[in-house]
Ligand binder design. Sequence first.
Ligand code: ZN
Length: 153
Amino acid sequence: MTTDATCPICTMTAAASMPLGRRWRLRRHPDPSPVAGWAILDLARHAATLDELTGEESEELGRLLVEVSAAVREATGCARVYLLSFAEAARHVHVHLVPRHEREEETRGWSVADHYRAVAAGTRSPADPARCAAAFEEIARRLPATRSNGSGG
Ligand SMILES: [Zn+2]
């Protein structure tokens, strides 16, 4: 599998994320996290841009975005799930899945980016780390790929 020794996602410990089949991995946003249930879907091998995905990887990405979105909604009770993919700080294909709660204005539209920066700068409180860990466990429990022992794909 292709890896890049200078890439923060390639060099992440295996324990930092869980496999969803062989081609994708899921992790929770590291602490401090702006929102509980913020999940990140990483391509298992190193590739910098979406247009480098193989046919199998892109097909699985579509299915996993649907499955993980459903799991995030069920686990967090959010109304919708936002998808973000910049691959800027880590130039490795990854997609952020962000819970959008109707009653939390800081999660609305691009306000979530302001909230993200404020949490990163320490001027706004992050989500409670215990709540974030519990939300991620709940997300993982709801995923078909983990229910089938991660062997799918
Ligand atoms: Zn990488």
